[in-house]
Design a binder for this molecule. Structure first.
Ligand SMILES: *[C@@H]1O[C@H](CO)[C@@H](O)[C@H](O)[C@H]1NC(C)=O
Length: 221
């Protein structure tokens, strides 16, 4: 039984690695990354007096929709009170970065976070606040709550707003040979990334199999 468990782990890990899009499919890779991560690094031009006009970086939770069914649009929950919120009031330009190092993929195949094969997405654009009366706002709110349930509580007590990045430039690093540009059209058209099982789903499958094997093992004792 132990060897069965062991071979399952090996098998499951190899299945799971295969679920990552082919590095040559850059648009799919970009959509896969933004859909699978829960947070991004977000840079702005700082308005903090001590580092005024310096490049500045922060963290924001992100959602482009449910796992496997993302829209590609990075939606964020923002407030004017925090560092990033204050910066974008002055200048709405931003660059965000998401990496597969955030999910267990890179670690599982032994890629250092800086290894170019550990997929990385860098998106630049202008941040804009969503109008609360629009259908997009309702959808974005739902997308954020699905992935970050605590946000529903945050919104009750603080003056948050929902924003999106209006994408101007997309770079993907997922292999040797330098960063590749993905056009905005190709990015939004690459909806077929969802046929690839999401990493989180694959992880969940591994746990289910492991639990089943462990249960079986216990019963046989
Ligand atoms: C960003 O700010 C500029 C300057 O205020 C403005 O012209 C532009 O429309 C803003 N972009 C978005 C997406 O709101």
């Amino acid at each position: 039984m132990k060897s069965l468990l062991f071979s399952c782990i090996l098998l499951c890990v190899s299945v799971y690695a295969k679920d990552i899009p082919d590095p040559s499919k850059t648009a799919q890779m970009a959509r896969y990354i933004i859909n699978n991560v829960d947070w991004i690094a977000i840079s702005t031009i700082s308005t903090l007096p001590s580092v005024n006009s310096f490049p500045f970086v922060n963290l924001k939770s992100v959602s482009d929709g449910p796992l496997g069914k993302g829209t590609g649009v990075p939606y964020l929950l923002m407030t004017n009170l925090d560092l990033t919120g204050r910066d974008v009031l002055q200048d709405n330009r931003t660059t965000i970065m998401a990496s597969l190092a955030e999910i267990s993929y890179c670690n599982s195949v032994n890629y250092d976070p800086q290894d170019p094969r550990c997929g990385r997405l860098i998106i630049s654009g202008e941040l804009s606040k969503l109008d609360e009366t629009t259908d997009e706002y309702k959808m974005a709110k739902n997308d954020l709550f699905i992935r970050h349930p605590i946000m529903e509580e945050w919104m009750k007590v603080h003056n948050f707003y929902i924003a999106k990045i209006n994408i101007k430039n997309i770079l993907i690093l997922d292999n040797f040979g330098g960063a590749k540009t993905v056009t905005v059209d190709d990015y939004y058209n690459a909806n077929d990334y969802s046929s690839i099982k999401s990493t989180k789903q694959a992880e969940a499958d591994i746990v289910v199999v492991q639990m089943a094997v462990a249960r079986n093992y216990r019963f046989k004792q």
